[in-house]
Ligand binder design. Structure first.
Ligand SMILES: NC(=O)c1ccc[n+]([C@@H]2O[C@H](COP(=O)([O-])OP(=O)(O)OC[C@H]3O[C@@H](n4cnc5c(N)ncnc54)[C@H](OP(=O)(O)O)[C@@H]3O)[C@@H](O)[C@H]2O)c1
Length: 322
């Protein structure tokens, strides 16, 4: 099989396309013929060497969609469509940047869908993260106000759509004035330019503050996001686009406004159930949700695809077809 292998952490040019033997499934593991996969910032971090537990050489890739090729237990028939994400794939064991991958059965979501692979490939991690952040962590409700910090990321764009679909008023940010149009076209009611100091601008729109905040930039802006929340509001840190995920000094009583809740969502810790995933596929098929896909590449173009992710100019999820 062909696989994109990384031997040393570094830039996108560190990927090499290699011939590898197709792995053989052991008990509890299933061989998947990978059809497509989305790129993730987590892989960018691992590629740069920021994932201390990852040993090189490694085939990266924390998610994929494809078909079951061999399940020794007989639970899944050959050809069954499956999605998978997280669970240490592409980190402790080889992941999805390949024509085949070996995955623990517990990671597999079997599904039925007529969507093309380039759309299916965008979905598993993006859906998990957005659905989990909005519904499980933030517990969004119709009529509420939502502030999305990092609105032009693929997670931010899908979150904007799902929140509008659930009847929320959405304010979203970008650092780049040229991208406000993208936010508004995606359904945001307000688009604002992020200069890391937005609580006054947010309160100019919503004087009492917002009910919910989806923080995708990280600890760089988290303190400011907490100031944007209304009393009783909730802030969920899901992303760390700024590559800053810890505080040097953290004094909760100074940091968190009284009665505002601070939470996180991590798809590795908490998985959305299968019916929710299947319903999402139906909503995409029905055109209710338009997947924010930036660009699609082939496996041998992995270096160019990672360069695009590095440049922050994809305008949506980057998908690779094998
Ligand atoms: N918790 C979880 O389970 C989970 C799962 C998946 C992803 N995530 C996280 O969610 C975040 C979004 O992921 P994604 O794949 O959707 O990202 P993405 O599409 O690659 O995001 C690209 C956008 O990020 C913004 N950006 C990049 N660097 C930034 C910085 N230093 N400060 C502010 N904005 C910056 C840029 O926006 P502008 O140029 O428009 O400002 C760019 O449009 C990432 O941090 C990712 O690690 C978390």
């Amino acid at each position: 099989m062909k696989a994109a292998v990384i031997h040393q952490p570094g830039g996108p040019e560190n990927f090499t396309i290699e011939e590898r033997p197709v792995p053989e499934p052991q008990n509890g593991w299933v061989l998947i013929k990978v059809k497509a996969f989305g790129l993730n910032r987590a892989e960018l971090m691992t590629r740069k060497g920021y994932s201390p537990n990852v040993k090189f050489p490694r085939i990266l890739g924390i998610e994929c969609v494809g078909e079951v090729q061999d399940d020794p237990s007989g639970q899944f028939l050959t050809g069954q469509k499956v999605a998978a994400c997280m669970g240490e794939m592409g980190r402790q064991f080889d992941g999805s940047y390949a024509e085949y991958t070996l995955l623990p059965k517990s990671l597999l979501y079997p599904f039925e869908s007529k969507l093309p692979w380039e759309q299916l490939g965008a979905i598993p991690e993006m859906f998990q993260t957005v659905y989990g952040s909005l519904h499980l962590a933030l517990k969004i409700k119709q009529g509420e106000t939502l502030f999305i910090r990092g609105g032009t990321s693929s997670i931010g764009l899908l979150a904007g759509q799902l929140a509008k679909h659930s009847g929320l008023n959405v304010t979203a940010t970008t650092r780049n004035p040229e991208k406000t149009e993208l936010l508004l076209k995606n359904g945001a009611d307000h688009a604002i330019i992020d200069d890391c100091d937005l609580s006054d601008k947010v309160r100019a729109i919503h004087p009492n503050g917002v009910n919910k905040v989806l923080e995708l930039i990280g600890t760089l802006t988290l303190g400011d996001s907490l100031k944007c929340a209304a009393p009783g509001g909730i802030v969920c840190m899901t992303g760390m686009l700024s590559e800053q995920w810890s505080f040097t000094d953290f004094a909760p009583m100074d940091y968190i406004p009284a009665t505002v809740g601070l939470t996180v969502y991590d798809s590795g810790q908490f998985r959305v159930d299968l019916p929710g995933f299947q319903q999402f596929l139906k909503d995409v098929e029905a055109g209710i949700i338009k997947l924010p896909i930036g660009r699609t590449f082939k496996l041998h173009e992995i270096t160019v695809a990672h360069q695009l992710m590095d440049s922050n100019s994809a305008g949506g999820k980057i998908v690779i077809l094998t």
